[in-house]
Structures are given as C-alpha cells and as structure tokens.
Design a protein around this ligand. Structure first.
Ligand code: ADP
Length: 272
C-alpha cells in the first residue's frame, strides 16, 4: 500500500496528516513548532510513521505547506497554505456542505478565502500584521486569566449578560485592558466572552473583504474553541460548518495534493 503525507508547518504548531490510496485519513499528529521547525517536523513525521507501522518506502509522496514549508527539504512538493487550506476544507466537508467561504484562524494570522462552485480559490484576504484576531491573542488571554486555551469555550458559555467590550486593537494593549477588567471585578466568564466577540467582529471585517457567501466553513486551531464559534455565528447571524479535526485540515489538503501529484506523475510516466 502507498501512503501520502501532508505536513503543515505553522507558526505555532506542526500538523501532519497521512492518507492512503483511497484518501482515507490513516493518522495525524500535532506538535508545537518551537524554534526548530525543520527538526521537529522531521521527528514528528518519523514518529507518526512508526506509530502507524508505515515503512519509509511506503510513503510515496510528501507535500509540505505552511509558514516553515521551505525548510522541509524531504518534501516532494511545497504549496501555499491558501491552496492547501482550500483543498483540505473541500475534502473535510465533502458530502456535508458546499463551501464558498473559508475562515481560517491560525497561531499568528487569520485568513478569509472565497471559493467558486468548483472549489477553486477566487480571492483571499489575510491578516498577519496584528496578533489581535489570532490564536496568539487567545493564548495570551488564557495565560493572563490563568486558564487553559482549551477551557475558553466553557467559560464563554457561562458568561451572564451582554459580553464585555474589549476595545484594544493590539494584543499587548488588550493584555493590560484585561488586567484592568479583572481589577474592576469583572468575571473571567464575561471577559472571555468579550474577547471572543471582539475576535469575531475583527474576523468578519476580514471576511467581508472577500464577500460572505454560504456555505461558510471555519478551521485552524481556534475553531476547536466552541465559544469563539458561537460568537462568530451570532455576529454573522449564520451557521458555520466546523470539520471534525479543524486544526489538521490544511495538512489534510497537502496530503490530498500529494496523492494527486503522485497519480499524475505515475500516469505521465506510463504514457512515455
Ligand atoms: P498555525 O497553523 O499558525 O501554527 P494552528 O491552526 O495550529 O496555527 O492554531 C494554533 C492555535 O490554536 C493556538 O495558538 C491556540 O490558540 C489554538 N488552539 C490549539 N488547541 C486548542 C484547543 N484545544 N482549544 C482551543 N484552541 C486551541
């Protein structure tokens, strides 16, 4: 059996997806990127292949994507996150919805991608200049509130009353704003909900730049946060689709492309 790997080397996390010849997801792995992207990505791939009992020569084709993709010299091919995200989203949502708008929030950037009815990218907008509206912002908030980033969703749903307004447009100023709110006896729950609504408003502005078309899909690590999903849905007044493993879908897209490229080269060789 041949296997195909997609490696998404993000600013915050390395994600690997392995699929088989039938495009079935066989396994995945998420590791912190740290400061040595290449070393950690290589180790993570080796560990995952070991755990899945896949021999090196059974890995037929590897595609790298994400911020650190250029460093991953073992990859047969490298593609942009936008392309990988679009392919992965289509794969993750197939038979469930017809995606026209992708919202992706990563560790240090956020993106809105507009697709045509065939799933081709027609436009995209990106914010990578400002941490507000990214996973980093949520990490800083969670750290200041002394809770885990995976607990933010629970706190959000326990908030009573209208969400607090968080006005800072920069993560550094937001940090002091949050400390000020805590000092004024606001609850962690209300602060968390306020942060989610401020990110939701910011991401909707970004999506409006490419146009909001149904079906709307959301992925990236912060899509695991149900509180943030709730705030975006409420602000949009629309339901959004979240795939089963929202953090690994860009890696999945790279794996699907690895399978397509392999089939393409195999076919061209046989026609020679
Ligand atoms: P990148 O591709 O830029 O490295 P990711 O899509 O991997 O980014 O997202 C990383 C972010 O996801 C983290 O900064 C964190 O805020 C968020 N995240 C990761 N795991 C969880 C979780 N279990 N619940 C909520 N948020 C999470």
């Amino acid at each position: 059996m041949n296997y195909f790997a997609g490696i998404d080397i993000g600013s915050t996390a390395i994600k690997i997806a392995i699929i088989d010849e039938n495009r079935k997801l066989i396994g995945h792995k998420i590791n912190a990127s740290g400061s040595m992207f290449y070393k950690y990505a290589k180790e993570a791939l080796e560990t995952l292949l070991d755990n899945l009992s896949i021999k090196k020569d059974e890995l037929a084709y590897t595609v790298a994507t994400g911020y650190g993709r250029k460093l991953f010299k073992e990859a047969n091919e490298k593609i942009s996150e936008i392309t990988a995200n679009a392919i992965g989203a289509k794969e993750a949502a197939k038979e469930k919805c017809n995606i026209k708008t992708i919202i992706n929030i990563g560790g240090q950037d956020s993106k809105a991608i507009s697709l045509d009815s065939e799933g081709n990218v027609v436009n995209f907008a990106m914010n990578d200049r400002c941490a507000a509206g990214t996973g980093k912002f949520l990490d800083v908030v969670a750290m200041n509130l002394e809770i885990g980033v995976d607990e933010l969703g629970n706190y959000h749903f326990k908030s009573k009353g209208a969400p607090l307004s968080i006005n800072s447009t920069c993560a550094v100023f937001a940090e002091s704003e949050i400390i000020g709110l805590l000092g004024n006896n606001h609850s962690i729950e209300d602060i968390v909900a306020g942060v989610h609504y401020s990110i939701a408003k910011r991401i909707i502005k970004l999506v409006k730049r490419v146009g909001i078309k149904d079906d709307i899909y959301f992925d990236g690590g912060p899509a695991l946060n149900e509180g943030l999903v709730n705030a975006i849905e409420n602000e949009l007044g629309k339901e959004i689709f979240i795939p089963e493993n929202p953090q690994i879908t860009t890696a999945l897209g790279a794996a699907v492309l690895a399978n397509e490229s392999y089939e393409y080269f195999k076919k061209s060789e046989s026609q020679r």
